[in-house]
Design a protein around this ligand. Structure first.
Ligand SMILES: O=C(O)CCC(=O)C(=O)O
Length: 286
């Protein structure tokens, strides 16, 4: 009998310990769920870009005269807010020089779009000179435009003609958005969804493209001291011949992304040549 009582006591002690552990686990889970719901606690999700370069296979490009050229290409994730990526060695040296030679005889003072009328106007915000090439103008342009479509997954037909820009010492493009806030400019092709900015020359000092509202800051990069002051807020890209910067003016949910605010910093030393491809949501008629 005494043996039976001891067994019963030990059994019920074990049961109550198990019940206590179970109750504690349930209470802990409820607390975690409540904190998650209140936004006071978050699970460890990485929101910063990895900065891990994504290797791409080396491309073999067929040049005029069946000459083959090899370039090592890789993509760097610069920022997720805005979504910005740098594609190294996107253009060959020959392609960069070709774009400059096509544009050079036709350069004119750059303009900006008037947000009330949608018309081009002269501005002190943008002091470079530039010109537009025709979409599909020749075989080399067609091959660059096809590469842009492959890289962005946006069809060639959604792109405006390439714009070639030239900045001399002191010239710049102040912070602005590439998306439109007027109805006039969205009639053809809808909103601008993304921009591909290709650097056609190196720049000795300054001339960086900067995203001042980016959540990421370039302060950890080894070349921080070489950046001009203008490029030290947010994330910035130093112009390197052949590299292409892709950034999105719209978020994946199709809303406009104000973190895509960007600027071309003043050139301090040297010359900056670049080429811009603006891509629209639907077909852009040329
Ligand atoms: O030249 C740059 O770095 C910026 C150019 C730019 O913002 C543009 O063409 O929209």
């Amino acid at each position: 009998m005494a043996k039976g009582t001891r067994y019963h006591k030990a059994y019920s002690n074990r049961r109550s310990t198990q019940t206590l552990i179970l109750a504690a686990l349930v209470m802990f889970s409820v607390m975690v769920l409540m904190l998650l719901a209140l936004g006071m606690f978050s699970l460890p999700v990485s929101t910063t870009p990895s900065h891990e370069p994504i290797e791409r296979t080396t491309v073999h490009l067929e040049k005029d005269g069946n000459d083959r050229e090899e370039r090592k290409q890789w993509t760097e994730i610069l920022s997720w807010e805005p979504r910005a990526f740098l594609f190294h060695n996107f253009l060959s040296k020959d392609e960069c020089e070709y774009l400059i030679s096509l544009a050079k005889p036709h350069m004119e003072k750059s303009t900006v779009v008037d947000s009330t009328t949608g018309q081009s106007k002269d501005s002190r915000v943008r002091t470079s000179s530039g010109m537009f090439l025709k979409r599909g103008q020749d075989k080399i342009i067609q091959s660059i435009e096809k590469r842009i479509a492959d890289f962005t997954f946006i069809p060639v037909e959604h792109g405006e003609g390439l714009q070639v820009l030239h900045y001399e010492v002191g010239q710049k493009y102040e912070p602005h958005f590439d998306y439109f806030l007027d109805e006039f400019n969205t009639k053809n092709g809808g909103q601008r969804i993304a921009t591909v900015l290709m650097y056609l020359t190196n720049v000795e000092k300054g001339g960086e493209t900067v995203f001042p509202s980016s959540k990421v800051n370039s302060s950890s990069v080894p070349w921080w001291d070489e950046l001009s002051d203008c490029a030290k807020t947010g994330v910035s890209v130093r112009p390197r011949m052949g590299d292409a910067l892709l950034f999105w003016s719209m978020r994946p949910d199709a809303t406009l992304d104000p973190s895509s605010l960007h600027a071309g910093c003043p050139v301090i030393q040297g010359n900056k040549w670049s080429s811009t491809k603006w891509l629209h949501v639907t077909e852009y008629k040329v």
